[in-house]
Structures are given as structure tokens and as C-alpha cells.
Design a protein around this ligand. Sequence first.
Ligand SMILES: [Zn+2]
Length: 266
Amino acid sequence: MLRVILYRNYNFLPLFERNREESNFDNNIKKMKNDIIIMIDLQKYWDNILGTRNEIDRCNKSILFWEKSIDDKKNDVLSLQQEIKDAKKKIDQRELGLAEKDGRAKDLEKRRFILKTERELGALTHELERVNLEKSNLEDELIELFDVLEVKESELSRIKLEFDDEKKQAADDVFMLKNRIKDYDELITEKQDKFDGLVNELQGGTRLRFLKLIKSDSGKGIVEVVGETCEGCHCIIPMHLVHELVDRENITICTNCGRFIWKKSS
Ligand SMILES: [Zn+2]
């Protein structure tokens, strides 16, 4: 507890000692008031630094979002290009197969005129039907593959256009976000310099405790008491502490969260 408590039996002291005690008391009150003012200013700088760090985090997340989105789109383009390549390869294979079957069918047709027996003619007709069926199947596959290729090529054109637009938008946004981060960094340096300059004006013990508190997760070293509630932990402060805050503008610590507390004079 940092409150200065004068507990001696004041009335029994000689006058000069009483004056000295009064003067010490006044000095301590002055120092404490000064510490409160300094801590409130430091807290404002610190809140600003933390808020700005959060903004930088948000900017970095947006940059990551753009990078991921561009990567995803790039992968979509690559994967579609591969699918088109595969479809074209299949088309080439089917076309070769079709040309081969076509040649075979023509050969069979030529042989029809040199055959001598019904049996040979029957076998050739059977063979020709089989080759024509295979040709027909290959043609069906080719029609299907050309349809697929057309759809994929049209999809690729669309995705590429979107990708180009997105790359441009991402480049503009990332440029803007990086500039914003640069400004935020400068702001943090400015506030940190002010903070570092001011923090040394706090009394030793108060300084150490305050620094420890603001470096905690909440980043709050000193908080206001509104009514009877600590704004740090939202607990009710014992009434005698609230009175001390109001009457003496004393430095007090919240009995629940351990933060320095202060109260606006009404
Ligand atoms: Zn509290």
C-alpha cells in the first residue's frame, strides 16, 4: 500500500517537529498527486501505443489476406492450365486413335473387292462393324473432350481476368497498408519516446509497479474509479478507499486487481 499514513501521536510532538511533519506530509501528498497525473499521462501514451500496435496487426493481417488470396487464385489458374493441358493431351491421343481406326476401316473397305468367299466377306463385315463402333466411341469421347476443353478455356480466361484485377487491387492495397504501417511505427516511436521520458519522473516504487502493470496483458497500470467501481476489474472498491481517493487525491491500489486507481474530483 502506497498511502502515506501518519500514525504518530501528533499532538505530543514539539511545534517544530509538528511543522516538519506537516511539511513532509504536504510534500508526500504533492508527490503522490504528481505521480497520479504522470501515470494518467503515461497510461494515455501506453493506450495509444497498444492501440497503434493493434492497428499494425490489423494491417499485417490484411496484407496476409491479400497474399493468400493471390496465392489461391494463382493456384486456381495453374490447376486449370494443367487440366486444359491434360484435356488437350487426351484429345491428341483420341485423334491419333481415330486416324488409325479410319485407316483400318479404309483398308477393310478396299479388301471387300478382293474377297472371294462369303465366309471371308462375313468376317470382314464383322471386323468393319467393330472398327466403326470403336471409331464412333472415339468420336463421342472427342466431342465430350472438346466440350470440356471449351468450358475450361472459358473459365481460365475469366479467372485470369479476375486474377489480373485482384493483383492490381492487392498491389495498391498492400502499398497503402505498408505506408500506413510506416506511419504507425513513427507514431509508436514518438509516443514511446514521450513515455520513456516521463516514466522516470515517477517515484521509484511507483514506477516499478506501474511498469510491471502496464506490461501485463491488459496493459492497464492506472484506471479510473467510476462511482465505486474499478474500471480495470469492474469490482466495487471498499468505501473507505473511495473516500480517500475523493478527499485526499491519494494514490491507492485496487484491492482486487492491484492496479493504481484514481477518481475525478467532483
Ligand atoms: Zn480493480
